[in-house]
Ligand binder design. Structure first.
Ligand SMILES: Cc1cc2nc3c(=O)[nH]c(=O)nc-3n(C[C@H](O)[C@H](O)[C@H](O)COP(=O)(O)O)c2cc1C
Length: 191
């Protein structure tokens, strides 16, 4: 089993990092983590290259992600919420999935052919709601051809309840690990 984690937190020992450490300890196989804040991946500039041609004109580390994405069974999007959404560098990576969107919409092509399982981990201090972040993450997972998506794991009280004491959030992470194991090889089922 091979899992890609797209990490939207800039904090090395922060709340997302704590939950990811737990997740990685529970997952069999190989885990690869991409840290959005240091990835050097730029946001989509709507150049329309992908409207007529496969891939993306921007030459940066996103090209490697495009090339390797179909080698994964599972994709995890993990982020603190910033104003209820995914963090800007993670949204920048997500925006580059416009290449996948345009492939399907305008050329009837699938950019990523391998069906995958997906999951979302969110943390927040406790203000507002998580819906914008969840909605963006699900859209991005779909554009990476995640067909089956696990229930959300969230710690949304980190201002007052340390994530290390947030049982519900930790249970959520355990559920994701079990979900991936139970759904291994059956990512064709619909969400
Ligand atoms: C710019 C910014 C915006 C934030 N917006 C929200 C928010 O809308 N709702 C919320 O609950 N927490 C918000 N937070 C708090 C973080 O989401 C929270 O501290 C999170 O647990 C940090 O996770 P990390 O340690 O993995 O980076 C915000 C923090 C920052 C820096």
């Amino acid at each position: 089993m091979k899992t890609l984690i797209l990490n939207g937190s800039p904090r090395k020992n922060g709340d997302v990092a704590f939950l990811l450490e737990q997740l990685v300890s529970l997952l069999p196989g190989e885990t690869v983590r991409l840290d959005a804040f240091t990835s050097g991946i730029r946001a989509c500039v709507d150049c329309r290259f992908c409207k007529t041609k496969p891939g993306c004109a921007l030459q940066d580390p996103m090209q490697q992600l495009y090339r390797t994405l179909d080698s994964y069974d599972n994709i995890v999007i993990a982020s603190p919420v910033y104003f209820s959404d995914l963090t800007p560098p993670l949204l920048a990576i997500g925006s580059r999935l416009q290449a996948s969107y345009m492939a399907k919409r305008f050329r009837g092509e699938q950019m990523f052919s391998r069906p995958k399982n997906g999951a979302v981990i969110l943390t927040g201090g406790g203000d507002g709601n998580l819906d914008p972040a969840w909605d963006a993450a699900v859209k991005f997972l779909r554009l990476m051809n995640a067909r089956s998506i696990a229930p959300l794991a969230a710690a949304h009280h980190t201002d007052h309840l340390p994530v290390s004491e947030d049982r519900q959030a930790q249970d959520g992470v355990r559920t994701i690990a079990r979900w991936f194991i139970d759904h291994a090889g059956s990512s064709h089922s619909s969400y």
